[in-house]
Design a protein around this ligand. Structure first.
Ligand code: 5GP
Length: 195
């Protein structure tokens, strides 16, 4: 596997796709295999779920604090998703890229669209479920969201899936191991020094 030190400049990798598609699991597995890759910690106005800690899972902000961050241009992108705001803090991402690191964003589709403008060199990968039925099963299986929240996420997912073709790469998460290896290959391709 090519170590990151070979790349002159870090690359920004955006993983997007509907909630429940397995982006979070894929990112955690990527980081286990490549601990020197950097995962951006997002800001959000949603309430912490059981076990989530401020500054580790997310920066949990009030709506007012989030608005201030927007006003101060502290976010590389942000979006409203299922009634809450989510955004990527700009400074840590830029600092890690400048140090030559591979930086991962795990974000929803509206935010991933904005990254094309704010960070044109980013490579944006859309993760697809094998089917909408499987996605619904996964959302329910997490047991972490209310019926209303699940319904909102499913409705949003139907729209998000239509955007898949806009992105640089599409990857079906039908088998976790297969998807993980495809993802690692895609990322490492970009880490190769260019002639
Ligand atoms: P959850 O509430 O399940 O943690 O996240 C809901 C959705 O928001 C997921 O699709 C997740 O990828 C997305 N998300 C998390 N952080 C960010 C962010 O910083 N920006 C955007 N645009 N979406 C995010």
């Amino acid at each position: 596997m090519a170590p990151d030190q070979t790349s002159a400049k870090g690359q920004l990798i955006v993983l997007t796709g509907p909630s429940g598609v397995g982006k979070g699991t894929l990112v955690q597995l990527l980081l286990e295999r490549h601990p020197h890759w950097f995962l951006s910690i997002s800001a959000t106005t949603r309430s912490p779920r059981a076990g989530e800690e401020d500054g580790q899972s997310y920066y949990f902000l009030s709506k007012e604090e989030f608005q201030t961050w927007i006003g101060e241009e502290k976010l590389l992108e942000w979006a409203e998703y299922a009634g809450n705001y989510y955004g990527t803090p700009r400074q840590p991402v830029e600092a890690q890229i400048a140090q030559g690191k591979t930086v991962l964003l795990e974000i929803e589709v509206l935010g991933a669209r904005q990254i094309k403008q704010t960070f044109p060199s980013a490579r944006r990968i859309f993760i697809l479920p094998p089917s909408v039925e499987v996605l619904e099963e996964r959302l329910r299986g997490r047991g972490s969201d209310s019926e209303t929240a699940i319904a909102k996420r499913l409705a949003q997912a139907q729209q998000e899936l239509q955007a898949a073709a806009e992105f640089d790469h599409q990857l079906v998460n039908d088998d976790l191991d297969r998807a993980l290896h495809c993802l690692i290959d895609l990322i490492e391709e970009g880490n190769q020094p260019q002639d």
